[in-house]
Structure formats: C-alpha cells, structure tokens
Design a protein around this ligand. Sequence first.
Ligand code: GUN
Ligand code: ZN
Length: 407
Amino acid sequence: MRKLRTKLLTPLTPDAAVIYKDHVIAWDDAGISYIRRYDPALDSDCENRRDQLCLPGLIDVHTHLSQYRIRGAYEPSLLSWLDRHVFPEEARSADPAYARSVADEFFQALFAAGTTTSVIYTAPFHEACEIAFASADASGARAFIGLTMMDRNSPPELIQNTDYAYSRSVALYERWHGQNPRLDYIFTPRFALSCSAELMAKTARFISDRGAWLQTHLSENLQEIASVLKIFKASTYTQVYEQLGLLTPHSIFAHAIHLAGSELDLLAENNCRIAHCPDSNFFLKSGEFNYPAFEAKGIQIGLGSDVAAGTTLNMLYHAKIANFRQSVHSLKPQRLFYHLTLGNARLLGLDERIGSLEPGKEADLCFLKTPPIPDEDLLAALCFWGHEFPVTETVIAGRTVFSALEG
Ligand code: GUN
Ligand code: ZN
C-alpha cells in the first residue's frame, strides 16, 4: 500500500472541481483505499509530497502512435501533410524493429506527460499494431488501440486489400478484447477517403453485433469533405458514415469541424462521441470546432492530442489550446479540467473506474510539482500553464509507470 501526504485536485462535474489541501491518499493495485485529511496521529508514516499536486491520470481520446516522431513536420493542410509527412513515416513501421522503438518511446512519453489512458491509431500493418499492444501491456498503459484500415486511395506502401484490413482487425479484436482489463481493441477505419464502402459496412456489422469500439476522422478539412461527397455521391459526410452503419454510441469521430445542423442531429440521435483536437486544428488550419453547438445538442465531447498534427502529448497543453482555439466562446478552467479527466473517462465508458480521485476507483494518478500558487488560482494556472509543471510520478492501476524522483 502506498500512502502519500499531498494536495489533491479532482473534478466533480463539467463545471466544478475541488481541492483537498493537506490530505492523505492511499492506494494499491486494487484501487484507491482512502482519501482523508492528514492526521499526525495516524499518518506519520506517509511519503511527503506536500510540494506536489495529485490529479487523476490524464486521458487522451485521440492520438496516432506511429506518427510520434514527426510532430511539427510542416505542411499547413491535411491532405498534403498526409502525403508529404504522415504516409512515409507510417510506412517505416512496416519494419518491426522500427515499430517497436516508436511504440516504446511513445508510451514512455505519454507517462512522462501524466497521461494514463489513450485512444490510439497505429500504422496500417498487423504486426505494428500487435507490437503496440505488446508495448502497452508490458509498460502498464491503459489504452484502446486499433490497426488503421486503409484499402482505397492510399500509397502503395500502405494500402491494404479489403480482406486484410477487415480480417486482421477482427483477429486483433479477438486477441485483445477482454484479455487485459486495461486494454481494448478499437476498430479504426482511417477516414472515408481511404476506406471502401464494403470495408466500412462489414466493420459496422461486426461492431454493432458486439458493441465494439470504433474510431475515425470526420469533416476535418474542406478538400477532404469535397472528395468524400464526390466519391460516395452523398450530400453530407456524416450521412456517409450513417448509411454504412458507423454511427454508434461506441463510435468516436475526430474533428467534426465543418458540419451542417442535420449532421449534428445525426450524431446526437446516435449518441456518438467526438474527439476534439484543437492543437491539430490550429496546426493544419483545418478550422474551428463549434463547441457551443455540440454542447447544446448534448453530444459528448472529449479532448485529444491528435499527435502528430497535434504537436505534443501533453494534455495540459491541449486544455489551454482548447480555450484559445475558440475565438468567442471561453471554456472555463473547470470545464477544461473535466475534459482531461472525468469527461474523457465518461466518453470512454470508464467513469466508474477512473477519471477522478475517489476511494474505490482504480489508482490512475498524476503527480506534478507546483509553484507556490494560492489555491483559488491553482486550477486556472494548471489549465493555462500547467504544461510547464514537471510531472514527478505517474501511476496506472496502482503501478508506478513513470517516476522523476528515483535516484
Ligand atoms: N485524417 C485521416 N488521417 C489522418 C491523420 O492521420 N491525422 C489527421 N489529423 N487527420 C487524418
Ligand atoms: Zn487523427
């Protein structure tokens, strides 16, 4: 059992968070045992972390593992960025040794940034995806991981045939779903431009029978949208996914920037989830996510790094950019913090297990060294420059996966 004397910050709702000053948090691999005010009579055996802040482990609902090394590779528009930087880099993961070194580097970087749960696209090779799972399993990560499917309009070194894309995804699902309580498979058609209707429809049938997870990109870029509408002879992008059966409560759509009102209705009616990736939207000049419109429809929104179009895995940085990327609507610190923690956990159906600091929840924790800031200003400071606060320790399901304190 670990027992630390520290300050805690935990979300309560989208609009409220609470600070517990000078408290003790105790956990083991079964979960958080208790959180209570420090009592010298009971707690003299605590590790002293009074210069630190304990948060729930941070959650990233959209990221690309195989792109980790090309963050910041410059090209200010989605389709040419994919051609020039992303596809050549993902092709390198055809080499298992390369895929392994990227995967190990990626999970270490996640933990060093305080991220404990992530939703991941891998390169479009079965072995690269298997390697990502093996790395997550060995390192102790909590993750949803999917083989990126692409059987159309893709470069020869990446393109899969339809049967490979489908059957390898199903094999990975069968191998990893239910295998480890921290890991799950997520079906990952890259986007409508790179997937055939046949592949997406087959995938939709498989996931809807089982309630399996699915992720893809939706309406990120105007050129992308025009091509999708032409290829599928559709009037909206969301309708393409709807007609193929991809709109489910376990479907996470990244970006969703340029949508008509009818598309928001479809997403709301089907209880779909949105991964909002503001840094990526800035970097690729994709446009501005209409946060208030999604909120008004009650659609669940999560925050994602979208590395490599997002330039960092640090989710505290993405909280800041989520505020900055709205030109009029200002997201409050409480809301930003909720998205990084309990909100993202809820989006993934994990809010009973993780996302806040409560006895009985699994111990996914992030400790940060904080400058001397009055408590009433701490949450805003965390959201606007918390990415500068050094992470001292990251814990997943009670196991320390990163420590800057050793030695
Ligand atoms: N759309 C299709 N593939 C990608 C990708 O890898 N990154 C982003 N940002 N958008 C995409
Ligand atoms: Zn993405």
